[in-house]
Ligand binder design. Structure first.
Ligand SMILES: [Zn+2]
Length: 238
């Protein structure tokens, strides 16, 4: 059976939604759209861009990457979201590789704890909301460092439960039901707590309020409004 083109009804709905939310209260750094609000999602306000579907963490990472002019050379994005992926594919000066454990959406199918890339292959690694799914977290961090060139760097993001002091792991939680109960999602293998920066060996932590100030944080919808917010960027230097 030939593959179907994009769902026309879905794109009509998206266009209607973009039109309905038109305004100038908020501005998406990824798609450039201006709207009266970002849409609520999963009980949290101000989450999703009506233009490109980006969430708070996607907008935070992209705005930071662009304002610091950090995207040059060989860039690997592990498990990128659609909006960021689309921008990275067209960015001048960037040789872009996407990778994911599920190869259907990415250029290279790979397990992040055993990457099929040579040492010193990339200038930049982006890895957002991946490590909470990976059992061998320390192996993954070692792999990220291995594929980075000297002078390169990685931006990591993970969901962090601000109510939890120390990251929770439990090897006895192996079924989806147990993982949902223990870590809050059926396919997570740990629940990161406030010790996250230390666990990920971060050289620097970027938080949206300190980096961008309250006004821009609100305008670009950078702060996740639940107990997993704010998202932060954990920067590793090779
Ligand atoms: Zn957008």
């Amino acid at each position: 059976m030939p593959s179907l083109p994009g769902n026309p009804l879905a794109s009509v709905r998206a266009a209607i939604q973009r039109r309905r939310e038109r305004g100038d209260a908020v501005e998406c750094p990824i798609c450039g759209g201006r709207f009266r609000r970002f849409l609520p999602y999963n009980g949290r306000a101000g989450a999703v861009c009506p233009g490109c579907g980006s969430a708070e963490r996607h907008r935070l990472l992209w705005l930071w990457l662009r304002e610091e002019d950090r995207l040059h050379g060989d860039v690997l994005a592990f498990g990128p979201d659609d909006a960021t992926d689309a921008r990275l594919r067209r960015l001048p000066g960037v040789r872009y590789t996407s990778s994911d454990i599920d190869g259907s959406q990415a250029m290279v199918a790979a397990d992040i704890s055993a990457l099929p890339f040579a040492d010193d292959r990339f200038d930049v690694v982006l890895c957002s909301h991946v490590l909470e799914h990976v059992e061998d977290e320390q192996g993954a961090l070692a792999e990220i460092r291995r594929v980075l060139r000297p002078g390169g760097w990685a931006a990591l993001m993970v969901p962090v439960d601000r109510d939890v002091e120390r990251t929770i792991e439990d090897p006895t939680a192996t079924t989806p039901e147990q993982r949902l109960a223990r870590f809050g999602q059926v396919d997570h293998v740990r629940l990161y707590g406030r010790d996250v920066a230390q666990r990920l060996q971060a050289d620097e932590v970027v938080d949206p309020l300190t980096r961008f100030g309250a006004e821009r944080e609100a305008r670009h919808g950078l702060r996740r409004q639940d107990r997993f917010g704010p998202d932060e960027i954990y920067l590793l230097r090779a």
